[in-house]
Design a protein around this ligand. Structure first.
Ligand code: PNS
Length: 165
């Protein structure tokens, strides 16, 4: 049984993440989307909200599970009995950070491999931070994120009295 973990903050999940999830789910028996609980970036969505949004987003992909995690990724991967980590690479700017993370994880857990999928061309510019910025200034984010994200963001912004999406 080949099981992989696709970890991230997913604040919020974008079509770029979904692209990596869909493609990597085809390569393994089970894909676990690991949602980081403690995020120093003070997330827009709580971990519970991010998990719910992701579950809804991947509901049609039968071999994908969404599970929150705290602490070291290598511990989570061990607990999940997964053999590898999947990450998406958009551009050269991602490379340094991703290399550092993959090599650190490999040092911590030598049996663990990280595999990289290059993001599909149409999503190579996309990030959760830019989506949040566009939304905060009232821009249309429908080409960047699943519909459920727009609904949840709209609710958040309405509560805060910020711009409409
Ligand atoms: O979506 P992100 O924010 O780029 O994902 C980063 C993530 C969650 C993969 C990374 O921050 C992580 O693995 N955090 C857990 C803590 C950890 O294991 N750190 C050591 C690896 S350098």
């Amino acid at each position: 049984m080949l099981r992989a973990v696709y970890p991230g903050s997913f604040d919020p999940v974008t079509f770029g993440h979904l692209d990596i999830i869909t493609r990597s789910a085809k390569l393994v028996d089970e894909l676990i989307v690991g949602v980081l609980v403690n995020n120093a970036k003070s997330p827009l969505f709580s971990v519970e909200e991010r998990v719910k949004i992701l579950e809804k987003t991947v509901e049609n992909i039968p071999n994908v599970k969404v599970i929150p995690f705290e602490g070291l990724l290598v511990e989570f991967v061990r607990k999940m009995e997964a053999q590898m980590v999947v990450r998406g690479l958009r551009a050269i700017t991602d490379f340094e950070y991703e290399l550092q993370m993959a090599q650190t994880n490999h040092k911590l857990e030598p049996e663990l491999e990280t595999i990289f999928l290059t993001t599909s061309l149409e999503y190579s510019y996309l990030s959760s931070s830019t989506v949040k910025e566009v939304a905060a200034f009232g821009g249309d984010i429908s080409q960047f994120v699943p519909h459920i994200v727009i609904e949840r963001m709209q609710e958040k912004m309405d509560k805060k009295g910020e711009c409409k999406l």
